[in-house]
Design a protein around this ligand. Structure first.
Ligand code: PEP
Length: 256
């Protein structure tokens, strides 16, 4: 058993307006309170427009639920219409921010260089990046998944200090498992998460690699979380669809 504190994050994507988000986080807080979590970090990742409302709702309960954003600009300020900076997110008490989610990579053509710039922007502004990596089906079928994901991780961490790397959360999310109902088997997920930890150890040393938390994401549910969390290199989950059901998400957070 490692010292790494498990982190279960719910990515609400573009599914709720701010009123629906308030309702969802209130239900979640009630469900979590009932379930007596033991040393698990629970984070919600609402759309930008709901961050303020959710922050206000969880303000007094910060220890129970943390706040994250789904994306950030690589720039800190300026003429970037439509973008949201890391400092704006920090001002809203966000602690986490996703960088390089596969939907951003796919629909907004974000490459590893941009994702790395976002990871660095997160650190400049006191946010912890959740660096998302994962392979598409063609890459997996061609048996290139391990190399693909480790390359994405090393590119995403470029230019960080060892102390910063220790704080990064990496989310391994095979693209073919996101929102499809297909979950990687626990062994498949462990294969890639173990390789990610090894490549970080090679680049930054074992102590750094042992500190990094690695999540699995892709059709995680209450029914499959326990076997995923039983893997030695998996320290949490990034949950999409199932995080929109407060009770289900609370059960995922109580995975033991
Ligand atoms: C995600 O969007 O990060 C995700 C893992 O989604 P789902 O749980 O719905 O597959």
């Amino acid at each position: 058993m490692s010292d790494r504190r498990p982190i279960i994050a719910g990515n609400w994507k573009m599914t709720v307006n701010h009123l629906e988000a308030i309702l969802l986080v209130q239900k979640l807080a009630a469900s979590l309170n009932e379930q007596q979590l033991t040393d698990v970090e629970v984070v919600v990742v609402p759309p930008f427009t709901a961050l303020r409302s959710v922050q206000t709702a969880i303000d007094g309960d910060k220890l129970l639920i943390g706040l994250g954003a789904q994306d950030l600009s690589p720039h800190d300020k300026g003429a970037y219409t439509g973008d949201i900076s890391g400092s704006m997110l920090a001002k809203l008490n966000c602690s986490y921010v996703l960088a390089g989610h596969s939907e951003r990579r796919q629909y907004h053509h974000e490459d590893d260089v941009l994702v790395n710039a976002k990871v660095r922007a997160a650190f400049r502004n006191g946010l912890t990046p959740i660096l998302c990596v994962g392979e598409g089906l063609e890459v997996r079928d061609a048996d290139g998944h391990v190399g693909h994901c480790t390359e994405q991780v090393i590119a995403g961490l470029e230019g960080l200090t060892a102390e910063q790397v220790k704080k990064v959360v990496v989310a391994y999310e095979p693209v073919w498992a996101i929102g499809t109902g297909k979950t990687a088997t626990p062994d498949d997920a462990q294969e890639v998460c173990g390789a990610i930890r090894s490549c970080i150890a090679e680049a930054y040393g074992k102590e750094v690699a042992e500190a990094v938390r690695i999540q699995y994401g892709g059709s995680v549910k209450a029914a499959n979380i326990a076997s995923i969390m039983a893997q030695p290199d998996i320290d949490g989950a990034l949950v999409g669809g199932a995080s929109l059901d407060a009770e289900e998400f609370a059960s995922i957070a109580r995975f033991r």
